[in-house]
Ligand binder design. Sequence first.
Ligand SMILES: Nc1ncnc2c1ncn2[C@@H]1O[C@H](COP(=O)(O)OP(=O)(O)OP(=O)(O)O)[C@@H](O)[C@H]1O
Ligand SMILES: [Mg+2]
Length: 372
Amino acid sequence: MNLPSNVYQARVKAGTLKQDDAQQKIVLLLDQLCRSLENYQPVVHSAGGMFGTLKSLWKKPEQPPRGLYLVGSVGRGKSMLMDLFYEQVPVQHKIRTHFHIFMQETYKRFHVLKQQSGKGGDPIPDLAKELAQKAWLLCFDEFQVNDIADAVLLGRLFEQLFALGVVVVATSNVNISSLFQNRPGADAFKPFIKILSQQMQEVELNAAQDYRLGRPEDEKRWLVPCNAESKERLDHIFLRESKAQPIKEEALTVMGRSLRIPCAAGDVTRFSFTDLCDVNLGVGDYLALAQRFKTIILDDIPRFNPDNMNVIERFTMLIDVLYEQNVKLYASAAAEFDEIYRKEDRRAFFERTISRLNEMQGQNWGNAKRIM
Ligand SMILES: Nc1ncnc2c1ncn2[C@@H]1O[C@H](COP(=O)(O)OP(=O)(O)OP(=O)(O)O)[C@@H](O)[C@H]1O
Ligand SMILES: [Mg+2]
């Protein structure tokens, strides 16, 4: 077996990775886990066939090795280290997946099994068994619990997975004890937090730097096109800018009305273009947003349709306000900002928007102290 530490050192020597003492410590833990997994036989895979069944009657199930939960700020190398471990670990039945994708697939399978099991049936034990048979080493990137439905499903599913001897490795920006906290229903989730802490060793990666900072591709603020990659980049930016503070819903009062902010974390908010520029909002709303938030993330700006001047004017108004208030804007868009509204169709006022957007792409834009 080629241990993660050997591969890490080889990459440092080759110059593709910088030596980082904090990462080095984690690499040693990953080495240890590789060694303990080498000869580990989980219950779910040891009780196969007649002989196996008899044998498993006498043999006490082996205690699974404790997995790892890598937590830390953005860009520190958590995913990189987990991938390095995943490539080297001598386990055949393993999967590595982004947690969002895992949840989507799990819900789909849950509904199929629920239909098969009929009214009142509980699909979770079958779901857990199916999954554990496919893979008993699960590596999750960006472990998170977003809502009460996820919390309920995960709690029950993981309890069963661990009972079957499954080992979990995960990366996250949130400590285990903070998963799904300060939300309605959080108390019911506490037993799951305890189980996760028992089954996974939580280690913080305090790497020297955010390795994405300063790389031109990671500093871009206007991402083209609106695809999964841009969305993922904006996810990272959201976490980085909000310092991974919990996401909350908020309301701002604008001229006696209430403006709902569905997604706010620290000084950052995130909207889809449609929800911000294709609804009945005006300059007062944008100003309230710009005064409350230092950073605004805007998803899915489409190419502008000259027949829909309302939307174009609202966007122009939004950019004017964000510019005046020195707010950082990160966006995904169907085209570069000087092509989003075709030159042939464009009204003169939009030249100002382009010029401002251009200035707002600068790396220091939005870092100045704000005059409120
Ligand atoms: N020691 C290193 N030397 C050079 N590049 C590194 C080093 N560690 C990580 N990187 C690179 O930095 C980038 C960010 O690392 P990675 O994606 O693993 O961070 P992360 O901790 O998972 O961040 P996030 O919390 O945002 O998911 C990756 O492209 C990775 O390859
Ligand atoms: Mg990551």
